[in-house]
Every structure is written in C-alpha cells, then in structure tokens.
Design a protein around this ligand. Structure first.
Ligand code: G4P
Length: 529
C-alpha cells in the first residue's frame, strides 16, 4: 500500500457525550468489530481502562480515574480507524476540548431517555466552531426512551444543527424491535445478544413485504412505523452529504450499544460518510495531507507527575505525509531541526513505539520542555505554521494565595509553567502584576492538579479561594476603551497571560446585559492569539 492509500483509508474521530450516555460501551463494540478484542469489554472494560495509562500521573492512581486521554487504533474493512478518547466526568478539562482540534469528525452519543445534556452541549460548540462533521448515535433504545421526534427536535433547537435520521427505532424498552433503514427501506430486527458479547442475528425485511413485516414486529407496531416514516419523509431535512461534511447536518442513528444492536450499521455508514484527513489551514495556505510531506501540530502536552522523571509527552496530530521515526524534522516555533524522541502511539492498554505513522494518526513524543500547544513540526526544508489552537473558556475560577510569601519566585515560575502547558489559565487584574492571580479551569479537578503539582514539583503551598464567576468572554475588538466599558455590578475586568482583555461574569444574563449596554462590543467564548 502506498502512502496516499494509507492516508485515504484513515478515519480519525472523537466521541463526544455526557458521562454515562454509553461512550465507553460503544467504543468497546467498535473494537469488537475491528477484531481488536474478542469479547467486548475484555480490553477497555472500565477497570482496565482506569489502570491503563495511569502510571503517568500519581493523582490518577490516588483517585482511580484517568485524566489522560488516549487513542485507539484499529482496522475494519480496509479502513484504519483512530478513536480519540475525550475524558469525561469531573476530569473534564481543556484537553477534552483540544482533543477535538485533532479529530476530523465527531460521533455524538446521546442517551435516548435523556436527550441533549450539558457536556455534549459544550463539546458540540467546539465541533461547530471547527465545522467538522457530526454523527449522532442515539443510544439505550433497549430502555424506555423519549419520543423520537421530540429527541430530534431537541437536537435541532438546542444545538442548532439540522438532523437527518438514517434509520428509525421501532419501539423502545421491552418493546424495542429494531430499526428501519430509510435508504434500504428495510426493517432490521433486534435480537437479544446476551449483553452484546456476540453479534446478534438480525434479519433484514423489506417493509413492502407486509406479511413478513407483520410476523416480525406485529401489525400495530408496523402501522405506527409506517405512519412515522410518512411523517418523517415529509418533515425531515433531505440527506445531503455535502452538508454533513460541512457540519451543518447530522445523520442520526439509533441503537443499543450494550446489547450491540445498531452499532455495526452505524459504523459502516459512518465510515462511508466521514472524510479521510482533509487539508488543514497554515500560514502559507492549505496543506494537503497526501501531496505534502510530513507535518504535524501539537494539541496536547502531558506532564508526568512522577517527580523522579520530570518528562513530558507532546501529543501531535499528523496532518500530512508519512512520519518516519528516524528522520529529522523541523520544530518551527523553536526554529530547530531535530529527531523526535521516543515516538509512540498511546493506546488504552499500552504505549507502543512507532516506526512510521501517517496523516490522520496521533503520536506522542518525548518533550524535553520545548513544545507548546499549537506548535508545528514539519520537514527540515519547510517553514510554516498551522493555525493556532484557541483558548477555551474556563468555567471555574479561584483566587490563588501563596502560603509562604518568601517563595515568590518559585511560585511565579511554577504557575506560569503549568499555565504554559495549558492545564490552567491565569488572569490578572488589569492594573495588577503577579501579586493577584486568578486561576481559571475548565474542570474543577484541575484546581487539585495545580495544587498538587505546585507542592510536588515547585515546593510551593497555595490556598485557593473560589470565586463566583462562571462565564468568561474575550473582547474581540481590542480598540474598545476598557475604562469606558460599563457592565453589570458582578462583572470583573481582567487580562490573560498575553495581555488580552477579558470580562468575567457570574451569570449568562450579565453577559447579554453588558453587550446591550456597550454598543459595538464583540465578545467571544474562544481566545485567539
Ligand atoms: P460513558 O463512557 O459514556 O460514561 O458510558 P458507559 O459506556 O460507561 O455507560 C454507562 C452505563 O450505561 C453503563 O452501566 C453501561 O453498561 C450502560 N449502557 C451503555 N449503553 C447502554 C445501552 O445501550 N443500553 C443500556 N441499557 N445500558 C447501556 P453501568 O451500570 O453504569 O456500568 P457497568 O457496570 O455496566 O459497566
């Protein structure tokens, strides 16, 4: 297989969902089809997943959760699939957002009994900003679910994306009978698969074969299905692959990850509809993944919490060409030609040294402290930079107080370095220096990580005083007169590390009010250089 074929068979995506919607279960089933595991659950069962990469950070071991995200790679029907794990639960952090910068598409898993939930909403915004295709899998149909039309309506209204059901559920909970495939005009019957440990023997029945359809699902469910299909055909957006690829229309699938129903159908449609790695924007124009030689950008830096080995790993998304472990590359921002040290693929269960990798793949390399998030690596003869990664809005804020003020220098060094790695963001009062620091984080666990790391790596103790702010906005039009800006009484004016002005608010209402009161003010949820 040549390099172009290797690149074109790659599909790199992230799964976004609210905790407990079924992301892990769905991933397990994908791996089952990919032959990466024999029995669902044997590799990425929750218990093993938890221990898989956790030697990275002591804090993970202490709390039994995985802060690190990983990449799973497997082959299926000639495709090479990279699934980027987005950490959920309270270990949700900026890294979760940044992972989406490395994906070419996203799979959104929604619990059919709950609909759109908070975390999905947040991650969805990043997908929209990037205009990447989003595929929806509505899960847990083997349990009681909300009305299907209502669920689709919610996705459209809450997320602002048109939906196009590729299949349609027949009943739910105990009465779940399968799905109707709109393209094939067939009923796919649901069989219990002993909790999904084996593939179900689903039957495919053309809906026009009424006799067969009635004996498969019953007369009443069939009439209801026919009614719903008629309604759907009249009401839903027509399927348009171009719109899917622009991120304006989401194909919707229904199933049950736990019992392994609808998963393979979903995977097959997804692989056909999703794109291979696409050209990416750089300061010299678009970089084609196939035509150009190796290039990559850093989207995540993982500091090792182990005091004995203060190494860091930089995660890179390869954007073009083939990566050869022995070859020299240029680190553009550091203006240095070098070999990437210890390149590895980070899998859930292991870290494997890689000799070669292709556009679409993710590699982790040893970082002696030279890489920053957003940096570009390319061939020595080239010199270009990929578009930067935005700063995502933190949602929790605290004032940092140093306990031993004698250690000022170590404190400033430590907190600045940790902020540079991208684990936290630091802000200051407009007129103040480093004496008054406000820390902002996307997930509250990052506060603990900060405290832990300052103590262990810099020998500095801090106290964190929680602040009530929940919303942060960057001021897009920097020419605006900050002193003249009038906001609500809860608003606070601060600046970030690069000196950009920002506003902090306690509630969303104040954000709207401030925009109303200041003509021409443009606020953004994402910070850019
Ligand atoms: P997450 O990664 O999105 O957080 O969700 P995860 O897959 O861990 O699933 C959360 C819970 O929902 C798990 O149950 C899982 O078994 C269940 N689940 C996932 N998909 C389905 C489905 O299609 N149908 C039904 N009925 N349940 C589903 P748990 O009891 O919390 O964990 P476990 O003990 O089963 O691991």
């Amino acid at each position: 297989m040549d390099d172009a074929q290797e690149i074109r068979r790659r599909r790199t995506f992230a799964i976004i969902s609210h905790p407990d919607a079924g992301k892990t279960t769905l991933t397990e089933k994908f791996l089952l089809y990919g032959g990466a595991i024999n029995l669902a659950g044997s590799v990425k069962g929750k218990a093993t997943a938890r221990h898989a990469v956790s030697d990275w950070m002591e804090i993970e071991k202490e709390r039994g959760i995985s802060v690190t995200s990983s990449v799973l790679q497997f082959a299926y029907r000639g495709y090479c699939i990279n699934i980027l794990d987005t950490p959920g639960h309270q270990d949700f952090s900026e890294d979760t957002y940044r992972t989406l910068m490395a994906a070419d598409s996203a799979v959104m898993v929604i619990d059919a009994s709950k609909g759109v939930e908070a975390q999905t909403r947040k991650l969805f915004k990043v997908c929209v900003m990037r205009k990447i295709p989003i595929f929806t899998f509505i899960n847990k149909l083997d349990r009681d679910a909300r009305d299907t039309f209502e669920l689709l309506d919610e996705i459209e209204k809450e997320l602002g994306i048109a939906t196009c059901p590729v299949n349609w559920p027949i009943g739910c909970g105990k009465a779940f009978q399968g799905v109707y495939d709109r393209e094939k005009k067939c009923i796919l019957t649901y069989e219990d698969t002993q909790k999904g440990t084996k593939e179900g023997e689903s039957r495919e029945i053309p809906i026009k074969e009424e006799g067969q359809a009635v004996s498969a699902i019953g007369r009443e469910p069939l009439s209801l299905l026919q009614e719903e299909i008629a309604l759907l055909d009249g009401a839903s957006a027509p399927f348009d692959l171009e719109e899917v690829r622009k991120g304006e229309l989401t194909p919707v699938f229904f199933g049950s990850a736990l019992t392994n129903f609808g998963v393979e159908i979903f995977l097959q449609y997804f692989l056909e509809m999703a794109t291979p790695p696409l050209p990416r924007k750089a300061d010299v124009g678009l970089i084609d993944p196939v035509e150009r030689e190796f290039s990559a950008f850093v989207f995540k830096i993982q500091a090792n919490m182990n005091r004995a080995h203060r190494d860091r790993v930089a995660f890179m998304r390869i954007c073009s060409g083939r990566f050869d472990a022995g070859a020299e590359v240029r680190h553009v921002q550091g203006n240095k030609v070098m070999r990437l040290s210890q390149p590895q693929q980070i899998m859930a269960s292991e870290r494997k040294v890689v000799e070669e990798a292709y556009a679409g793949d993710i590699i982790g390399v040893f970082d002696p402290g030279i890489f920053s998030i957003g940096d570009t690596v390319c061939m020595p003869k080239e010199q270009f930079s990929y578009e930067g990664i935005p700063t995502f809005a933190p949602e929790h804020f605290a004032r940092v107080q140093q306990i031993d003020t004698m250690k000022r220098k170590a404190f400033v060094k430590g907190i600045t370095q940790i902020a540079q790695e991208g684990a936290i963001q630091i802000f200051q009062e407009l007129s103040a220096g480093m004496e008054e620091i406000i820390v902002g984080v996307v997930g509250v666990l990052q506060f603990e990580v900060l405290k832990y790391r300052l103590e262990n790596e810099y020998n500095v103790e801090i106290r964190l005083e929680n602040l009530p702010y929940e919303h942060i906005r960057w001021i897009e039009n920097k020419e605006i007169d900050l002193d003249a800006l009038t906001g609500t009484s809860d608003m606070k004016k601060v600046k970030d590390m690069k000196g950009n002005p920002l506003l902090l608010f306690v509630n969303a209402w104040s954000v709207g009010m401030t925009v109303d009161r200041n003509q021409g003010l443009i606020l953004s949820e994402f910070g850019r250089d």
